[in-house]
Design a protein around this ligand. Structure first.
Ligand SMILES: [Zn+2]
Length: 140
């Protein structure tokens, strides 16, 4: 299991070696990317332009495509992303999980048929839900 701020998948040695070890040595039966509601890392991502230059900001830049993607989807619906809106925050968690799932699939699972699951853990009610587009208010 890899845990880091905003569950980001990168090519750095810590993340890459953990994934490779799980795939090649532990022979895991599946891969799970799981985000959670009320995520401080995602909250920071949503206001990344306000962060001072720091390691945190550099780290979160790896997830910026998820933010940009969500903003485009929302703008196409005439909605402006609001970092203070809980639903928008939840949608950003989901957008990020879907983006990180793509990163793993593209970079680490090219030659396997290993199932990969995108999950959302809801801190309010303890529910773990597989992410599908109909779960989201803004992502379709
Ligand atoms: Zn979190």
């Amino acid at each position: 299991m890899i845990r880091n701020i905003a569950n980001i998948v990168t090519h750095d040695a810590a993340v890459a070696s953990a994934i490779e070890y799980a795939l090649e040595h532990l022979n895991v039966p599946s891969v799970v990317v799981c985000g959670h509601t009320n995520c401080g890392g995602i909250k920071s991502l949503s206001e990344i332009e306000k962060l001072r230059d720091s390691s945190l900001k550099e780290w979160l830049k790896n997830a910026e495509p998820a933010l940009k993607r969500l903003k485009v989807i929302m703008e196409n619906k005439g909605v402006a992303f609001d970092p203070c809106n809980a639903t928008h925050q939840r949608d950003l968690v989901i957008s990020n999980v879907l983006f990180q799932t793509e990163v793993i699939r593209k970079n680490y699972l090219k030659n396997t048929h290993l199932p990969i699951y995108s999950l959302l853990y809801d801190l309010e009610n303890g529910c773990l839900t597989e992410i599908r587009s109909e779960l989201t208010s803004n992502l379709h």
